[in-house]
Design a protein around this ligand. Sequence first.
Ligand SMILES: [Zn+2]
Length: 464
Amino acid sequence: MKLKLYNSLTRSKAEFKPVQAGEVGLYTCGPTVYNFAHIGNLRTYIFEDILKRVLQYNGYRVKHVMNITDVGHLTGDRDMGEDKMEKGALREGRTAWEIADFYTQAFKSDIKHLNILPPDIWVKATDTIDDQIALIKTLEENDFTYRTGDGIYFDTSRFKDYTKLSHQNLESLQEGARVEKNPEKRNPTDFALWKFSPQGVQRQMEWDSPWGTGFPGWHIECSAMSMKFLGDQLDIHCGGTDHIDVHHTNEIAQSEAATGKKFFNSWMHGAFLIIAGGKKMAKSEGNFLTLENALIKAGIHPLVYRFATFQTHYRKPMEYSDESVQAARNGLMHLQNQVRNIATAGRNPENMISAAHKTGFLEAVNDDLNMPRAMAAVQDLLKSSASDDQKYTTILEFDQVLGLDLDRLDQPEDLPSEVQKLVDARLNARENKQWDASDRLRDEIQDLGYLVQDTPEGMKVIKK
Ligand SMILES: [Zn+2]
């Protein structure tokens, strides 16, 4: 069956064809590790995970590279403002290196909670400075760069088709109206390839270069890393829709200006998450929702959020509210119960898979990752007249794409005695309707690294 994917570059859905038969090179822009990822960011990583799993489900071998931005990303996308890493370091009284390390680990823990398959290659921007310098040198030789007082810039007017991804109208793009002005830039869209350390200031993260001591611009890292690790296998490059106008547009310009060849064939972008009431998620307190403060602390399993994202197509904005999370929690619990009820039948060999239902599911996911339709196909299967063992075998196969751990619903965990004691005390408190004590005990259990869920079948305790 054909796999059709929407390509932001052509603005259309088309059959996916990799550069090399049977293999896919996938590059997904990773986090800037100066703070926790918020759940809007995480929605994009879940979409990318579904993409990767669907490619694998279609029989492709996927080579997946993800970067960790640990230097060079300034607070303004167009190279003005402060360095996000050094700002984070100042805020927390730690070094930029410690900040990068801490939030990288936090990110890895988040994606593990969400059952997002890790990339084959993780790569930190600071580990590829030489590659980035080499790429800038090539751009300099090809006459695409110029020097200003604060760095080496890419001259976007020298690159034909600069707007082929964004379709922006350059004449109407008045930089001054939206972002800080840099009078030395020749064009508003020009961007830094290398920034100099300010005179008399020693930055925590800086390197020597042919142009002077400093650090790379944000965009150059993704070009250098994707070409280094994927070579010519530049099949699919992903990110959030907020990457289209600047980050990905600049990646294409600098990469194609350096090589003279087409950069990635397909560009795929995940849409925004909107907090109910239309509020944009900001880093200000209260509105900055992380997996920890929005779900885990409230005793909601992170997979509820994974499940919640399946209700909206990845190219449509998704609305998030306490109600939508509650609905997803009920939906996932219902699905888990349905699967639990047929699990006793056991798993059967491949030929027990219901071919008709598999076709329905595959048609949905192969139609540009249509997860709402795929979830309907799941319900078609569960409500069908197929035998329980056939249903169970088939749903576990679907779970290769869903990633909801449907094969692990009936494994009660052995809890350490200190956790078991708190669990017993909490059961007791709940029986006596001592809700304050119940909440306090829940927090204590969670502090020991376990998730507490209250389900219709009773309290569940799962290792985080
Ligand atoms: Zn990137």
